[in-house]
Design a protein. Structure first.
Length: 115
């Protein structure tokens, strides 16, 4: 009936001053795919970071090394890039704490480890 009042929509409780409201957002990873990369290139512009990912086979052909095949590009803003950098720093630190330091210099990494 047109004279009946419609119920007011339920309002979410507002967080008190100094508190943040937490919202849970579901993640749909049903169409996600995995790819192995061992090479990256970082470029950017004033607004975004571009992270190109690919595979370096390290195969030496008669004409020289095989080219690096770039297959994926991640484009993100600097806030996301900074968050990613911090998460990666923590993950690597935990790995090194459990398994020892990771040597990134290939010349040092390939030397025989003292026993």
């Amino acid at each position: 009936m047109p004279d009946e009042a419609t119920p007011a929509p339920q309002q979410q409780q507002q967080p008190q001053q100094g508190q943040q409201q937490q919202i849970q957002v579901s993640i749909d990873d049903s169409s996600m795919s995995s790819v192995y990369v061992n090479f990256f290139r970082v470029t950017g512009n004033p607004d975004e970071v571009l992270l190109d990912l690919g595979m370096y086979s390290q195969v030496m052909a008669p004409g020289g090394p095989e080219p690096i095949e770039l297959t994926h590009r991640l484009v993100m803003n600097f806030v996301t890039a900074k968050k990613l950098a911090e998460v990666l720093r923590v993950v690597v630190a935990r790995h090194e704490q459990a398994f020892g330091a990771i040597e990134v210099d290939p010349n040092r990494r390939l030397r025989a480890q003292p026993r």
